[in-house]
Design a binder for this molecule. Structure first.
Ligand code: LMR
Length: 396
């Protein structure tokens, strides 16, 4: 039976990691998978994580099972950062209406969100295109229809009218999946006014919002990057929020994420969470403990929290510097690099053809996704001039 399985091509983004590693050129440039890099091109473990891990190793007295919900200390400690402390308190917009559980990374959270939406009767999920390629793969795997709409307009600005029309036109049994901040792959985010309009549209719509917040803190700051999530959740009875700590705590391979549910009424939460627990149990039983435990230790210690937030600020400002340097290169042939300064987070798209992307890789050692997405954080003082000159050779 197994020998009848047709071969699948490897995930294109993950395949780039191996392709880059096996390239012997010393001046190669990795703009592929979304990991933060320092100006030396390294992806070090956060100092706050190192300190938390040392404490974890010294103090952890058991590795016995926790349960499908994972480390609830971690899940709850993150909540004020995501949802805003005021909203969670007595009298706040969603006091007593949010609960969460730990998931294996943001992917696990999206997967669980989609699976529970399906179980609750959702048959179609609207999502902007382009999007993180794994969104479509997850929908297809869970056997839910993906209805695509254009996220950005031709001039590289966000097309907010498109998303508003989708939300207003959606009926019960439909969900709309949006990126919370630092849109992957375009870097083009909604403004606060646009988020307010999106929230108002959700308030008048039967559609279930599913928000994927995978880059909080890498755009404008922890609070600013959560504006959209908080605006939408303040306006709707129900929503799902998938969260990743892979980038903002640098926990990539440790797979640290969470899924949060906003329920219409507090009393409904326990039934909803019981469904999530059952889905998690049959998928991965329970999430890996280590990374989430380290994040919990940080968030429960003011000095480590400050250290982490300072490290995050350093990351964010370096990404901003790289974006400004790229924007200073201006127009290269048809490529308008000034747009990079208006975009957020790790990613931006360059309007290059498939052939041009292959030429960049083969002739210049530049590795980027086949969609034209670059990981801006892969650029640094040692390679940015080479990258710009490769673009000039190619399209200038
Ligand atoms: C990316 O888009 O590069 C990251 O989110 C990593 C991944 O899992 O695809």
């Amino acid at each position: 039976m197994l020998n009848q399985l047709p071969a699948q091509s490897p995930d294109a983004l993950l395949a780039l990691i191996k392709m880059y590693a096996s390239d012997p050129r010393t001046d190669k440039i990795d703009l592929g998978v979304g990991v933060y890099r320092t100006d030396d091109g390294a992806t070090p473990v956060f100092a706050a994580i190192k300190a938390a891990e040392a404490r974890l190793v010294a103090e952890q007295d058991s590795k016995s099972y926790l349960g499908p919900e994972g480390d609830l200390g971690f899940v709850n400690a993150l909540m004020p950062y995501i949802f805003g402390p005021g909203n969670l308190e007595d009298g706040g917009a969603y006091h007593g209406r949010i609960e969460g559980m730990q998931t294996p990374g943001g992917t696990g959270a999206v997967r669980l969100a989609v699976a529970v939406a399906k179980k609750a009767g959702v048959t179609k999920i609207h999502m902007g295109t382009p999007s993180w390629p794994n969104h479509a793969q997850i929908l297809s795997d869970v056997a839910l229809d993906a209805a695509l709409f254009e996220h950005s307009s031709a001039d590289g600005a966000v097309d907010v009218d498109a998303v508003l029309a989708i939300i207003r036109g959606a009926s019960a049994g439909e969900a709309v999946l949006l990126h919370g901040c630092c849109h992957n792959p375009t870097g083009i985010d909604y403004s606060t006014d646009q988020w307010d309009a999106i929230a108002a549209a959700f308030a008048d719509s039967a559609a279930l919002p599913i928000l994927d917040l995978a880059y909080q803190g890498l755009g404008s700051g922890m609070d600013d990057d959560a504006y959209g999530v908080r605006a939408v959740l303040s306006a709707v009875p129900e929503a799902l929020v998938a969260y990743s700590c892979d980038k903002n705590f640098g926990m990539y391979r440790d797979r640290v994420g969470a899924l949060y549910v906003l329920a219409d009424k507090h009393e409904q939460l326990s039934a909803i969470m019981s469904n999530l627990n059952a889905l998690a149990r049959s998928s991965w039983s329970m999430p890996p403990d280590h990374g989430a435990a380290a994040v919990r230790i940080i968030l429960n210690d003011p000095a480590l929290t400050k250290l982490w937030l300072d490290e995050l600020t350093t990351m964010r400002s370096r990404i901003g510097d790289v974006r400004a340097q790229m924007a200073a290169a201006g127009q290269i042939g048809p490529l308008n690099l000034t747009a990079l300064a208006r975009q957020n987070g790790l990613f931006s798209m360059l309007a290059l053809s498939k052939d041009q992307i292959v030429t960049l890789r083969e002739d210049h050692g530049v590795y980027m996704a086949g969609s034209g997405r670059i990981n801006v954080a892969g650029l640094h003082s040692g390679n940015i001039a080479n990258f710009v000159s490769a673009l000039k050779t190619l399209v200038g």
